[in-house]
Design a protein around this ligand. Sequence first.
Ligand SMILES: NC(=O)C1=CN([C@@H]2O[C@H](COP(=O)(O)OP(=O)(O)OC[C@H]3O[C@@H](n4cnc5c(N)ncnc54)[C@H](O)[C@@H]3O)[C@@H](O)[C@H]2O)C=CC1
Ligand SMILES: N[C@@H](CC=O)C(=O)O
Ligand code: NA
Length: 451
Amino acid sequence: MTTVSHHDTPVLNVALLGGGTVGSQVARILTEDSELLTERIGARLNLAGVFVRNTAAQRDYQLPSLLYTTDAEELISRADIVIELMGGIDPARELILAAINRGAAVVTGNKALLATHGTELFTAAADQGVQLSFEASVCGAIPILRPLRDSLSGDRVTRVMGIANGTTNYILDQMDTTGISFGDALAEAQRLGYAEADPTADIAGHDAAAKVAILASLAFQAPFTLDQVDCQGITTITAEDNEAAAAAGFVIKLLAIAERVSTNGDDGVVLRVHPTLLPREHPLAAVRGAYNAVFVEAENAGELMFYGAGAGGEATASAVMGDVVSIAKRLQHGGPGRPHTPKTSLDALEIGHTTTSYMIVVHAADQPGVLATVASLFAEQGVSIETMQQAPAELTPLEAERAAAAGETPQAVLRFITHRGLEQRLADTVAAIEELDVVSAVTSVLRVEGN
Ligand SMILES: NC(=O)C1=CN([C@@H]2O[C@H](COP(=O)(O)OP(=O)(O)OC[C@H]3O[C@@H](n4cnc5c(N)ncnc54)[C@H](O)[C@@H]3O)[C@@H](O)[C@H]2O)C=CC1
Ligand SMILES: N[C@@H](CC=O)C(=O)O
Ligand code: NA
């Protein structure tokens, strides 16, 4: 079905099923990043149409109205790659099968479907020799499925454990840190595009259960389904639970766990999703908002941790597009696709171009006006001060005696932490401070990141 455009660039037709939170962002990337994608793939991705319920509805990213259609079959018949972002079981299942049977490759983010009808879909794809990719279905933007399937395929995974649902993590985090009610936190998660169309799937744990079934299928190389997961959601968590957990030094997280178990001659995998108390210093306790994180334990690799945005339109669209580009490269070039060819036109820039913040420790005369003088140098460079602390310089008794005898001005230590600013301006500020007569030394300049 690949066609050639009038510029001799081959064209791959893409059908998008669903134009909601994630679908809209995929449409945006296909449109706005078309040139970049063409350069990476060696073929142009042509968005042939978007299957929706209502062609007249307003969307997060609006395409020309001609591209919206309610005729999925016709759209699929014109596609090399079909991206399913509708959610739900039917008609998503039937449409994916129709695409596969027509020889189109499929990308989906539909964990509910894969965790219930995965075997049927993967068998159909294998029979037809087409790709079915689904990185977006588990933990949004986090590349977790490909590492499990490919990178760890020479190892034996023993356990997968993590936070796999953004909505519930957001709700629990908001309840824990702001005291907001369950209902308000859920409404906010829906507004931000984290929740499923029916958020019961999130709060009852079914979404995390579907994800852990998919994770386990790849980790243990055996098919697992949603109904095999022991699942408890967060609907029963009360403010009292939160208070008791906090008082004991814990935080409540909804964990999804799949582990290889061999007890009393039974060898298999236990799959579970439930609210869990974690010590506040545990790495998973620090996973805030709609972020997800997954620990993978393997016999030879040891412990690995994957972390990133677990939900949201843009983040999830990134994972969808990763699958699309990978498939498109294979369709275009065969095998694993064209090797990565770096762009030579992109320059490596000097560090002065970056933005960061500084901690600057200044030893200066402890006398009126000095602080204002030093602070004015920040202002001159447009550097904003986040915090400033002043303390008298700590001298040993011997040093103090010697300084007094020499008639030296008492010294103060000023410690500044700046807001983020252009590195060059921060460096220039430090140089200007060092020039001041009232400054005896700048004793420490360190960059601050992660603030
Ligand atoms: N929102 C998120 O953060 C993430 C979502 N996903 C998955 O991606 C998929 C899409 O999610 P969202 O974009 O959030 O959903 P959404 O509810 O915002 O969008 C769904 C779209 O599909 C269309 N649609 C649904 N059923 C249809 C039908 N029967 N006929 C025609 N059109 C239909 C809707 O009109 C809408 O345009 C789901 O499978 C979801 O589980 C996966 C990872 C993250
Ligand atoms: N509803 C899901 C969306 C991503 O998979 C979540 O909250 O994690
Ligand atoms: Na992912």
